[in-house]
Design a protein around this ligand. Sequence first.
Ligand code: AMP
Length: 220
Amino acid sequence: MRIVLVGPPGAGKGTQATRLAEKLRIPHISTGDLFRANISQQTELGKLAKSYMDAGNLVPDEVTIAMAKDRMQQPDAENGFLLDGFPRNVSQAEALDELLQGESMKLDAVLDLEVPEDEVVKRIAGRRICRNDSSHVFHVTYKPAAKEGVCDVCGGELYQRDDDSEDTVRKRLEVYHTQTEPIIDYYKTQGLVTTIPALGSVDEVTTRALEALKGGSDGA
Ligand code: AMP
């Protein structure tokens, strides 16, 4: 299956993507994680991306699309993938369609994780992530680590993402509304979108997402 996960920052895309990809046995491709890996390896791409990310802006399409394409063309993605954080604007969605059409492939579903804005801010402000593995995510109130600052899973150091500060979060939300939300309409015209309420427990949201994938899109 080829799936796109859309939703505002803090909707739980990363958490759900990790779980869904595991269940569906397809790779989880997160452009945010790919950029963060480049930043920690201090590559040229990482240096470029960091300036945009810290300001809450999108990294330019040219480099983002090239990086995503390269990842999607790795052998493990031959039979499907779950995209988290890509595409993030209509030009990226068009580039993805072109890439897939060139290989006689298409997307199977777009899951739109919906969460109220005040909840988003609360979730992001308390979010802490493991330096060893970004799929190990905690929250100071909703999911505190047993020992403050230490990952329960692997003992890694927990940190707050540079772009999770309140000002940057506001900017990221604005970018989401103006640039990313239009891709939901873009995919609705292709009948691919199912909206998933992303409130409730992590398990509940995963169950809703899996149900949606079984039943196909609601065409809404
Ligand atoms: P995420 O981890 O998905 O929240 O992404 C963190 C940041 O990485 C975003 O705020 C952007 O600055 C950058 N980023 C991630 N994916 C993309 C994308 N598809 N296009 C442009 N910038 C991106």
